[in-house]
Design a protein around this ligand. Structure first.
Ligand code: FES
Ligand SMILES: [Fe+2]
Length: 363
């Protein structure tokens, strides 16, 4: 009987605008959120601008080489310093200072107000509104809530140890694909957390990793999931000319690992590349997902470097995932749907109920 199965969160949790706002405030506006990679910001003035739901943010490389984060809003009349019609992220470079496009107030790269043309006012002590920023493994995380002082490292949890031999800090983005997925962010996380769907949804992937066909009950994610004999990475052939990352264990050279860092960073790790997914919810039924493909700089420096074997394969798998997630989102809108069920093998996805409910103060 279905009674023996655990129930998912109720329909409102995935469909209601009011629930989305409450949940977004408690999770994304309150804690650490990943906004992407930092290695592209190398020169003073390099920036990344992104809008997370309604909040527009800037990450800037300062003169001292540090990364700082600010709200992307001028202190004069509220103009975006970097216009973001699209949520982004976009990258660019400020020349020496940040100049507002409206009336040309200027700011030092560390956020201090520098000049207010034709206005004799004291600028001392006036800065852009700052945000908390921290980095791990080359990823940039920001936190909007100044009252929350949870260190990033403790929020990330044990996944950091499980990935300790992967040289994440050194990797570089070889390509990125952005997807607009018409599904609630939790549908996407729940899908990522289980391989019960891999047999029906990902036939090509199951050719490479036959264990995925059986679903998730006996998949050993801590150690990694083994590839079919003779294959060792996520490409159409299951092989590649790229070398394994330096420092991996023998097992990691032939196994696949996955990690979810709540709420919005998902990592899939092969021996030669990493697919990094950032989830940026736009509403109860819409999520922007950027997938960065990370490679080792030694591989990228080779004249014949070509990451398309991994990128094309991932794009196929990603489209399969997003299409089924969008179908879930549409299906849940039927009035008969009140909640779903987790299969026993999906232990990991049970976590999202606890995660969301504890953030909402419901546990
Ligand atoms: S709004 Fe920025 S200078 Fe006026
Ligand atoms: Fe999938």
């Amino acid at each position: 009987m279905l009674d023996s199965l655990e129930k998912t969160l109720p329909r409102d949790s995935y469909l209601s605008e009011a629930h989305f706002e409450r949940e977004y405030a408690a999770i994304f506006d309150a804690g650490w959120v990943c906004v992407g990679r930092g290695e592209g910001l190398t020169q003073a003035g390099d920036y990344l601008a992104i809008r997370l739901n309604t909040q527009s943010l800037l990450v800037v490389k300062t003169e001292t080489g540090a990364l700082k984060a600010f709200y992307n809003v001028c202190r004069h009349r509220g103009t975006e310093l970097v216009p973001l019609k699209d949520p982004g992220p976009i990258t660019g470079q400020f020349q020496h200072s940040i100049i507002c496009p409206y009336h040309a107030w200027s700011y030092h790269l560390d956020g201090r107000l520098r000049g207010t043309p034709h206005l004799a006012v004291h600028t001392d002590g006036v800065s852009l509104h700052a945000l908390t920023l921290a980095q791990w493994g080359g990823f940039i995380f920001i936190r909007l809530d100044p009252g929350n002082d949870d260190p990033l490292r403790s929020t990330l949890g044990h996944g950091v140890e499980r990935l300790q031999r992967y040289p994440l800090q050194d990797l570089q983005v070889g390509a990125a694909i952005t997807y607009e997925v018409a599904a609630n962010w939790k549908v996407i996380v729940e899908n990522y957390n289980e391989c019960y769907h891999c047999g029906p949804v990902h036939p090509e992937l199951c050719e490479l990793v036959p264990a995925f066909r059986r679903g998730g009950s006996d998949l050993e994610w801590d150690e990694g999931v083994p590839h079919r004999e003779g294959t060792n990475t996520f490409t159409a052939s299951g092989t590649t000319l790229r070398n394994p990352f330096p420092g991996l264990s023998e097992i990691e050279k032939t196994h696949h690992k996955g990690e979810l860092f709540y709420p919005n960073l998902m990592l899939s790790l092969s021996m030669d590349h990493v697919a990094a997914f950032y989830l940026w919810p736009q509403g109860p039924g819409m999520t922007r997902i950027q997938c960065d493909f990370l490679f080792h700089p030694d591989a990228m420096a080779k004249p014949d470097f070509d990451g398309s074997d991994a990128i094309d394969f991932w794009d196929l798998v990603n489209q399969q995932d997003w299409q089924i997630c969008e179908s879930v989102q549409r299906g849940m809108q039927n009035r008969v749907f009140q909640h779903g069920y987790y299969a026993p093998m999906e232990d990991y996805s049970l976590d999202i109920r606890h995660y969301v409910r504890s953030k909402l103060g419901e546990e």
